[in-house]
Ligand binder design. Sequence first.
Ligand code: PLP
Length: 389
Amino acid sequence: LGTARSVIRELFEYGRQRAAEVGAENVFDFSLGNPSVPAPAEVNDTAIQLLKEQADTIHCYTSAPGDAGARQRIADSLNRRFGEQYTADELYLTVGAAASLCCVFNGLTCPGDEYILFAPFFPEYRVWVEGVGAALNVIPAKLPDFQIDAAAFGQAITPKTKVVIVNTPNNPSGVVYSEKTIKNLCTILKKKSEEYGAPIYLITDEPYREIVYDDIKVPYLTKYYDDTLVCYSYSKSLSLPGERIGYIVIPDRIADHEHVAPAIAGAARVLGFVCAPSLFQQVVAKCVDDTGDISAYKKNRDILVDGLKRIGYTCVKPQGAFYLFMKALEEDAYAFCERAKKFDLLLVPSDDFGCPGYVRISYCVSEKAIVDSMPAFEKLMEEYRTNAV
Ligand code: PLP
């Protein structure tokens, strides 16, 4: 513990230091996924109202899975939106998606279990999966569309496969897996779990579900595969990352539900979570169908994609989330990012996302920062044109 570095966090700290030296407006920090859009006014108003009206109780412990009324309101919203029939008992409120995933991984994993992940992926998955002692099998990225390579996936499943993790809209590619991709994935999962006579759980990590552009639809995975657990967070959709609030859906219909649900609750206890923040349980329950104004992200995406393509960079146009995956101008993405620092462009090398040769650009920044960064991207390109690597 403590020996592995988080490249993203290190870059973020470097950016702060650099901003102190040269001024924040001169540093183009695309490192972190901190929403730039403020939380909806409704969220702040609700929090203030709760603080005033429930001053005696709002800071109290709740039951470990969360307040039953809050869970019911969230379940009702999911039922309305996705045609499900969840009850409050199928929801477990957590301290954000990180906690949702850690509780599920801890609850499900037995010695010798294997997990499957699709590159590119959120780097913390590796830390959490390896932290519970499971082996990780990464399916390489499918180029050029960054969907899922079904054939490679089918071949990677073994009798030891316990969990498959899917993240859509995806961090870092911004890609939304199409319905065709999801159907193929679920057909393979059904076939393989029947063949091996053991459930393979699909964990869908979807903090970016509501952040999608151009009317793209994000398939709701429980509709395609029964053994699906949903890990969700309000960090991005309501711009509340510091408040730490999210949930797990553990549908009654999953295999071994009678063991899995208590195991996840037990895992939350072992990990010391106690309960999710009481004030924000109530806030999200009251603002359950709200989303921050994502039009600013869309605008940033469009300026960035057009600008980078015009300069000559290659990137995948993101359909959701607020990340753009761009091809580095040399094979070694670390070296490329070091060169980018010369122009105070802070880009995250893609190696830890399981897909070397790219960089992630978090465009949840001000529009001005995107526009002002373009000359720096041009200088970086120029540097490669004139000083061939
Ligand atoms: N999963 C993905 C794909 C993420 O990008 C993040 C955060 O950036 C998380 C999980 C963790 O989210 P939270 O802040 O809700 O713990």
